[in-house]
Design a protein around this ligand. Sequence first.
Ligand code: HEC
Ligand code: HEC
Ligand code: HEC
Ligand code: HEC
Ligand code: HEC
Ligand code: HEC
Length: 260
Amino acid sequence: MPYQARIIAIALLTLVAAACLSPAPAPAEFFNLPRLHPAERYGNLLIDRLSTKKGVKPATFSHLLHRERHTCRVCHSELEFNMKLNSTEITEAANVAGRYCGACHDGKVAFGQEQCRKCHNGEIGYGKEKLPALLSLPLVKTGFGDRIDWVASLRKGAIKPRNHLKSESREPPFDRELSLEAEWVKFPPAIFPHKAHTDWLSCSNCHPDIFNIKKKTTKHFSMPLLLKGEFCGVCHLGVAFPMNDCKRCHPAFSAEQAMP
Ligand code: HEC
Ligand code: HEC
Ligand code: HEC
Ligand code: HEC
Ligand code: HEC
Ligand code: HEC
């Protein structure tokens, strides 16, 4: 290689190396978030696997109103609700027999099965008159999703959700905080604190279906897929705080890394 060409090649390599070492702005597509529900019905669902077919209105369900009193593990582990709308085989017979919704909606823990229209009303915003009572608790607020910092609110004792209805099976405590480095763009790592999750969830809500149980071994784990509702996006698009709260997962994220 002629001398001058070599100098230019070295200069170019140095530039590329410098570009790789300094944090790059996030690609624009990472700011194209899926449309989120407004705060007062963030996490609300209309369950309609069978209702319309059977001539009743879809059943309304609000995560916001339920999670103050029960952790995710009560419903998504003990009561076996799947974390995917319309995928659980909930039937009226099962509810009356004390499974699914009927585990609580038995007229004792909460209103009973005879009050059909409290559930089958097809209104995704149903129950919003109950929100002021929830928001009057000494909760810690945020600017994202349902506007509630559930981790801080739980830690300060503003809410005391139950971890179990019947089963008292305990899991081994696991507090490890992981730093998940980005693969293909230089960007501040995402943190994954186990404790903030195991306060709400069972190990089996994530392992092995969503994540392998060894750091950095989950395949195809990247931001674009998170935004499509995979991996962290299973929960962090519709129930837990949403993906636009970049800093909560990437604590070293700064304004310069944001796209104009
Ligand atoms: C606590 C909430 C709740 C109450 C109260 C309730 N249901 Fe349901 N019901 C559900 C949910 C959730 C489903 C599942 C919805 C789906 O998959 O479309 C369901 C499913 C159904 C279905 C379709 C599945 C099947 O079993 O055929 C019918 C019909 C039904 N309910 C009728 C009723 C009637 C009638 C009442 C009152 C006597 C009632 N429900 C009370 C929550 C409730
Ligand atoms: C009182 C019961 C209950 C609690 C508590 C609860 N969930 Fe759910 N969740 C449900 C039901 C019911 C569904 C709908 C299941 C279906 O339609 O098959 C659901 C669905 C979901 C979905 C899928 C939503 C979608 O749009 O597909 C996610 C994600 C989820 N829950 C996460 C959580 C997380 C995280 C927590 C704790 C912060 C939590 N849930 C607490 C009952 C609950
Ligand atoms: C782990 C217990 C638990 C489970 C499971 C549960 N709920 Fe609830 N739900 C509650 C409690 C507690 C309340 C608030 C007390 C009350 O209003 O009686 C409530 C309130 C509600 C409300 C508010 C209505 C109102 O006007 O008070 C609706 C609607 C509702 N639940 C629907 C459902 C549906 C649909 C399911 C199943 C898909 C379900 N719930 C499963 C405990 C539960
Ligand atoms: C909300 C989801 C979630 C829950 C709940 C969860 N984990 Fe994890 N866990 C992860 C993720 C994400 C990783 C990293 C996977 C990767 O990088 O490929 C991980 C990694 C691990 C690792 C490997 C750590 C390392 O340094 O290599 C162990 C061990 C582990 N989890 C145990 C547990 C146990 C025990 C529980 C229950 C007490 C639990 N996890 C609950 C998401 C979860
Ligand atoms: C199965 C559901 C689920 C999955 C999957 C999940 N999370 Fe969470 N995460 C939660 C819930 C629930 C909370 C409590 C806060 C809330 O609900 O907004 C939480 C809280 C957090 C917090 C806040 C900690 C604090 O101290 O405030 C961070 C950071 C976080 N998650 C990062 C991640 C990352 C990164 C991933 C993917 C590697 C991930 N989560 C996957 C459900 C989940
Ligand atoms: C719920 C947690 C969470 C939130 C919120 C979040 N990220 Fe990420 N992000 C991650 C995880 C986990 C990775 C690492 C994936 C891997 O191992 O490559 C990542 C990786 C990245 C990467 C590196 C490229 C890649 O795919 O690995 C960029 C750039 C990025 N995030 C930008 C953002 C921006 C911009 C926001 C806000 C709009 C944001 N993230 C919000 C969890 C999150």
